[in-house]
Design a protein around this ligand. Structure first.
Ligand code: CP
Ligand code: NVA
Length: 313
């Protein structure tokens, strides 16, 4: 189908700071488009609707998947991506977040930003007036959740009614997964240590969007019947001072073969990566037959290509 024959994107010109900006129909359209673009790429059909467009990418924290998947994704769509390191941008130090947003919007068609404080992506979006994509903040990681949902849909043939259990820290990844599950009628349980529950406001928001995740402090009870078991690092970027204390507190929440045996038979394992074998996941699980973590990592690119095409389309 020629690009000009397609219906206009319902999210053209918007930002993606959390998944709550979108409704269930829009999330489904992004996932549909991601599958379509994945199919085109697999069959070698060029699709370059973003010719002449540039994405500025601000990184205040390290990255492998986000940096490479956005850069390669923009290239495949015919556009260009420009990575900016913390030393170059020095957000809030060399100049204000607002001035950075206003300046970058004069050169680039969209901005992707990985920041410490969620408020920084909000300030960028407010100032820039071009689409801003959150590439991870302390509270949200929406592009990751899109890739997670895409992977589950591919693996299980759909999302509605699927049971996912996230085991570990109630962090940015868990928050975006909660919003994504609520919008797609996917059932989510979060098994977390005491004091590491997801943010109460985001849990409430998930409820308003469609479904409140079930919270438990018992990992075995949490994974019972789960078709997908998901975990993330115990210490997120920016929390390094707490790493030792967290290792002790999170030890009973390791996803290992014994815990996977409590999930549904045939359950798959997901992890946003980077992973720490021997901490949040055993090597046997992440390197074993149930793991889909590299399909999930690949899907970051397909999901983000869909998002970029729909925001800039
Ligand atoms: N999952 C993820 O965001 O990976 P990076 O930190 O490597 O970008
Ligand atoms: N929760 C992790 C995710 C890394 C992709 C972090 O914020 O460091």
């Amino acid at each position: 189908m020629q690009e000009k024959e397609r219906a206009p994107s319902p999210i053209s010109g918007e930002s993606c700071l959390t998944l709550a900006e979108f409704g269930p129909v829009e999330i489904r359209l992004i996932l549909d488009e991601a599958l379509r673009l994945k199919g085109l790429q697999r069959t070698g059909v060029p699709f370059q609707p973003l010719r002449g467009k540039t994405l500025a990418m601000i990184f205040q924290k390290p990255s492998n998947r986000t940096r490479v998947s956005f850069e390669v994704g923009m290239y495949q769509l015919g556009g260009h991506a420009l990575p900016l390191s913390p030393q170059e941008i020095q957000m809030g130090k060399r100049e204000t977040t607002s001035d950075i947003g206003k300046t970058l919007a004069r050169y680039a068609d969209a901005i992707m930003a990985r920041v410490f404080h969620h408020q920084e992506v909000e300030e960028l979006a407010e100032a820039a007036g071009v689409p801003v994509i959150n590439g991870l903040s302390d509270l949200h990681h929406p592009c990751q959740a899109l890739a997670d949902l895409l992977t589950i849909r591919e693996e299980l043939g759909g999302l509605e009614g699927v049971k996912i259990t996230y085991v570990g820290d109630g962090n940015n990844v868990a928050h975006s997964l909660a919003l994504g599950c609520a919008l797609t009628e996917t059932r989510l349980t979060i098994a977390h240590p005491e004091g590491h529950a997801p943010d109460a406001g985001i849990v409430k928001l998930a409820g308003e969007l469609g479904a409140t995740p079930t919270l438990t402090q018992d990992p075995r009870e949490g994974v019972a019947g789960a078709q997908v078991v998901y975990t993330d690092v115990w210490t997120s970027m920016g929390q390094e001072d707490e790493a030792d204390e967290r290792k002790n507190r999170f030890a009973p929440y390791q996803v290992n073969e014994e815990l996977m045996d409590h999930a549904a038979s045939g359950a798959i394992f997901l992890h946003c990566l980077p992973a720490h074998r021997g901490e949040e996941v055993s090597a046997g699980v992440i390197d074993g037959p149930r793991s889909r973590v590299f399909d999930q990592a690949e899907n970051r690119m397909h999901a983000q290509k869909a998002l970029l095409h729909m925001l800039l389309g």
